[in-house]
Design a protein. Structure first.
Length: 251
């Protein structure tokens, strides 16, 4: 076993309104007992100021779901790393499959965003994962190493120091079809080995969380695997009882 602190991160995606954000955060502050796991919420950009205000003084972390690949300047509609810092975000999710596959982010975009975040001291949660047809074609490991290499080539071999990787098989996201604990473990240990090829110590300390239809009733089995260091939770993070139950099992 390792001493990696488990992380449970809520990815609220493009959901919520001021009232529901306040209700979720109120429930979380009230229901969350210190249990050794780090807990983090990633609201939509527009809810970040409200979330920062409501989380003041708590141990619950705040993150964004993406950021601009550029620094401040003439990029209409974008949100920069500096702006996220200014509002107290410590984390940012990068390369989520919805951004890759619906919004057209390439490996190169993901890598530039990664570098931008790190240059501004944000902790990255880098999402990786294969699509169903890639798993069925037996090229899961190839896809994962290509996604990793794209970032390493731009951000450097020590870029995962202090970062988090989220293994999120695309076929498991929002589908109710979770990877089995064994499938998750196999992918996580492969990712850790790839990072270890560059730096053993960084790989050993790297938190690799699983995402894709994590629910209160399957979280314990997933989190029990040796290389699964917590979860990135979508749908179930919008229900306070479900999310608290998942946080509780991530000790
Ligand atoms: P899900 O989403 O838990 O709803 O499958 C996970 C994610 O997209 O991060």
């Amino acid at each position: 076993m390792t001493d990696r602190q488990p992380l449970v991160a809520a990815n609220w995606k493009m959901n919520g309104a001021r009232a529901s954000v306040a209700a979720l955060l109120g429930g979380l502050r009230q229901g969350l007992l210190e249990n050794g796991a780090e807990v983090l919420v990633c609201p939509a950009f527009i809810h970040i100021p409200l979330a920062a205000e409501l989380l003041a003084g708590s141990s619950i972390g705040l993150g964004a779901q993406t950021l601009a690949e550029y620094g401040n300047g003439a990029y209409t509609g974008e949100i920069s790393a500096a702006m996220l810092n200014d509002y107290g975000c410590r984390y940012v999710i990068i390369g989520h499959s919805e951004r890759r596959h619906i919004l057209g982010e390439t490996d190169a975009t993901v890598a530039r965003k990664f570098r931008q975040a790190q240059e501004h001291g944000l902790q990255v949660i880098l999402c990786l994962g294969e699509r169903l047809e890639e798993r069925e074609a037996g090229i899961t490991e190839q896809v994962l190493s290509e996604q990793l290499d794209a970032v390493i080539n731009v951000a450097g071999t020590d870029c995962f120091h202090g970062a988090v990787i989220a293994y999120e098989p695309v076929w498991a996201i929002g589908t109710g079809r979770t990877a089995t604990p064994e499938q998750a473990q196999a992918a996580h240990s492969f990712i850790r080995l790839q990072v270890a090829r560059h730096d053993d110590c960084v790989a050993a300390a790297l938190r690799i969380v699983y995402g894709g239809s994590v629910k209160a009733d399957n979280a314990a089995a997933l989190f029990a695997m040796a290389d699964v260091d917590g979860g990135l939770i979508g749908g179930a993070s919008l229900n306070i009882d479900d999310f608290l139950a998942i946080c509780r099992v991530a000790r």
